[in-house]
Ligand binder design. Structure first.
Ligand SMILES: *[C@@H]1O[C@H](CO)[C@@H](O)[C@H](O)[C@H]1NC(C)=O
Ligand SMILES: *[C@@H]1O[C@H](CO)[C@@H](O)[C@H](O)[C@H]1NC(C)=O
Ligand SMILES: *[C@@H]1O[C@H](CO)[C@@H](O)[C@H](O)[C@H]1NC(C)=O
Length: 491
C-alpha cells in the first residue's frame, strides 16, 4: 500500500490530467509528454485466464498486467471470426459498416475510406508499428496490413510463420506430422523458433529503438497463439488450448518485462485484447463462428500509467517476468474491474482518449462517406475513479448497456460453408444483443448485394438468460413467444 501522501499526489495528477484529456477537443498532443501505446492483440483467446477467474489456467504474466489495469469483465467482439472482427475494431466500425463478413474484400474499396486506430495515431505524430498478426493478412488488408496508411514502417511478420502447416510435430510413430496438436520440440522446428517468439523479440527490439525517439510510439503486436487450425478430440484440444495460453502468457511476460527494463512502463499505455473467443466443445463446437458468449466474449484490459496504477518509481518493476510453471505463482490480486457490457468497437475512441488525442466524433448514419468517426462508445468514463485504493469490486451496479455481435450463415441448416460463408453466399444474418441479463439473437433474411437485412423475415430466434443458463444451452425463444423483437435490435 502506498503511503497516503503518494496516493494524494496521485489523485491530484490523475484528476488534473483527466480533466485535460477528457475535457477539450482542442487538446494537442505534446510529443514530449505523450503516452506511448502498446496494443497486444491475441488470436482466438477466450476468457481462459486466471484474471477472469479460470482456476485451471496458468497465466501469471497476464494476471499481473490485469492487477495494474482496468479490466472489462463483459467485453464482446462484433463478429466471431478474425478478419471481420479485426477490421471492425481497428476502424471502430461495425461489420455492417465495413461490409466485411468474410475474408474477401478491403474496406477502403468495398465500404468507405475509414481511418484506422494506428492511422489516427500516425496522423497525430506517433511512430506506428505492426508486429505479427494485427490486421488479418490477405485481401482484407490489401495484402499489405493496410500499409502505407496505418503504419510508419513496414509491418513485421515472423519468418517461421510459413511453417504453420509443415510437419513439425513428432507423433507416437516417431515421424513428424503436420497439424497434430502436441507440444513441439524446438529442435524439430525449422529455424529453431516459433512465430510468437520471433514477434516478441522483434517488438522488444523496436521498444529499445523507440526509447530514445523524440516521437511517441504506437506498437501493435498480434500473437498467433492460442489459435488452433484443426479439430481434435475433446480432452486433447482443451489441454492443448490451455497450454497454448500459457505459452502466450510467457511471451506477454517477456514483452512487458522488457517494457520495465527499458523504463517505458511509466509512459506507455498497455491495452490487451483478443479478436474473439473460441468454443472448446460448448454447443458441440470447436471453433469460433457463432454468436454465443464463448466465441464473442473477449478479454479487455488497459494499463494506464499513473491512472490504473501508481507510476512506477525509478528502478521499480511493475511487470517482472513470472514463470507460469513455477509451482507457487501466487494468484495476483485483480485490479479494478468494470462489469458493464462493452464492445471492441470502443477500442478506437478509448485508446485515442487515453493517449490525450481528440476522441473522434460519433458516426452519422450512414457513415460510408466519413473517414474519421466512431461507432463505439468511448470507455473513458470508466477510468474516472477517484481513489485507486477503493475496493475495486465495489463498483456499483452495471449500467444498462448492450453489446452487439453478428454472424452470417448461408442457410438455415448447417452445411459445408456454414462456418465461413463468402459474402455472395450469405442468406441469413444473426444479429445478437447481450445485456447483463440475457443474450437475444434473431436470424433474419439478408441480401448480400445491397447489404440489407430484412427484419420482417425472421428465420429463427434464440434467447438465453445469463443467471440461470450461463453456458447458453437452453433456448427460451419459443417459450417467450418470440414474436416481438426488442426495439434495440432493430437498426
Ligand atoms: C483514403 O485515405 C487516405 C488516408 O487519409 C488518403 O491518403 C487517400 O487519398 C484516401 N483515398 C481516397 C480514395 O479518398
Ligand atoms: C492496394 O494495393 C495496391 C497494390 O499495392 C495499390 O495499387 C492500391 O492502391 C491499394 N489500394 C488502396 C485502396 O490503397
Ligand atoms: C519515467 O522513468 C524514467 C526513468 O526513471 C524517467 O527518466 C522519466 O522521466 C519518467 N517519465 C515519467 C513520465 O515519469
Amino acid at each position: 500500500m502506498p503511503p497516503p501522501g503518494r496516493a494524494l499526489l496521485w489523485l491530484g495528477l490523475v484528476l488534473g490530467s483527466f480533466c485535460a484529456s477528457l475535457g477539450s477537443a482542442a487538446l494537442g498532443n505534446d510529443a514530449k509528454d505523450a503516452l506511448n501505446v502498446l496494443l497486444i492483440i491475441v488470436d482466438d483467446l477466450r476468457l481462459s485466464l486466471g484474471c477472469y477467474g479460470d482456476k485451471l489456467i496458468k497465466s501469471p504474466n497476464i494476471d499481473q498486467l490485469a492487477s495494474h489495469s482496468l479490466l472489462f469483465q463483459n467485453a464482446f467482439a462484433q463478429q466471431a471470426v478474425c478478419a471481420p472482427s479485426r477490421v471492425s475494431f481497428l476502424t471502430g466500425r461495425r461489420p455492417d459498416t465495413t461490409r466485411l463478413y468474410d475474408f474477401n474484400s478491403y474496406w477502403r474499396v468495398q465500404a468507405g475510406n475509414f481511418s484506422t486506430i494506428p492511422q489516427y495515431f500516425k496522423e497525430n505524430g506517433y511512430v506506428t508499428m505492426s508486429v505479427g498478426k494485427v490486421f488479418h493478412p490477405g485481401i482484407s488488408s490489401n495484402h499489405s496490413d493496410d500499409s502505407p496508411y496505418s503504419w510508419s514502417i513496414p509491418p513485421y511478420h515472423p519468418s517461421s510463420e510459413k511453417y504453420e502447416n509443415t510437419k513439425t510435430c513428432r507423433g507416437p510413430d516417431g515421424e513428424l506430422h503436420a497439424n497434430l496438436i502436441c507440444p513441439v520440440d524446438m529442435a524439430d522446428i525449422p529455424e529453431g523458433t516459433l512465430p510468437d517468439k520471433q514477434s516478441t523479440k522483434q517488438a522488444i527490439q523496436l521498444l529499445e529503438k523507440m526509447k530514445t525517439s523524440a516521437s511517441p510510439f504506437f506498437l501493435a503486436i498480434g500473437y498467433h497463439k492460442p489459435h488452433i487450425p484443426f479439430r481434435y478430440p475433446k480432452r486433447k484440444i482443451r489441454q492443448s488450448y490451455f497450454a497454448s495460453v500459457s505459452y502466450l502468457d510467457t511471451q506477454v511476460g517477456h514483452l512487458l518485462s522488457a517494457l520495465d527494463d527499458l523504463q517505458l512502463a511509466n509512459n506507455t499505455i498497455v491495452a490487451f485484447t483478443s479478436d474473439h473467443g473460441w468454443a472448446l466443445g460448448e454447443h458441440g463446437e470447436w471453433a469460433k463462428y457463432s454468436n454465443f458468449d464463448v466465441t464473442t466474449r473477449v478479454p479487455l484490459m488497459f494499463y494506464v500509467p499513473g491512472r490504473t496504477a501508481l507510476l512506477p518509481e525509478a528502478g521499480e518493476k511493475l511487470f517482472p517476468y513470472i514463470d507460469p510453471f513455477d509451482s507457487i505463482s501466487e494468484l495476483m490480486k485483480p485490479g479494478r474491474q468494470v462489469m458493464d457490457l462493452v464492445e471492441l468497437v470502443s477500442l478506437f475512441p478509448t485508446l485515442a482518449g487515453l493517449a490525450g488525442l481528440h476522441v473522434p466524433p460519433r458516426c452519422p448514419v450512414p457513415s460510408f462517406h466519413v473517414e474519421l468517426c466512431r461507432e463505439g462508445q468511448s470507455l473513458l468514463e470508466h477510468f474516472r475513479f477517484h481513489d485507486l485504493e477503493q475496493d475495486p469490486t465495489l463498483h456499483g451496479n452495471p449500467h444498462e448497456s448492450i453489446a452487439y455481435s453478428q454472424y452470417p450463415r448461408p442457410a438455415d441448416s448447417p452445411q459445408w460453408n456454414s462456418d465461413k460463408p463468402s459474402l455472395k453466399d450469405i442468406k441469413v444474418m444473426g444479429y445478437s444483443i447481450r445485456t447483463i441479463d440475457y443474450r437475444f439473437t434473431v436470424w433474419v433474411g439478408f441480401n448480400p448485394h445491397d447489404f440489407l437485412a430484412n427484419f420482417s423475415d425472421v428465420h429463427a430466434g434464440e434467447l438465453y438468460f445469463v443467471d440461470s443458463d450461463p453456458l447458453q444451452d437452453h433456448n427460451m425463444y419459443n417459450d417467450s413467444q418470440g414474436g416481438d423483437l426488442p426495439q434495440s435490435l432493430i437498426p
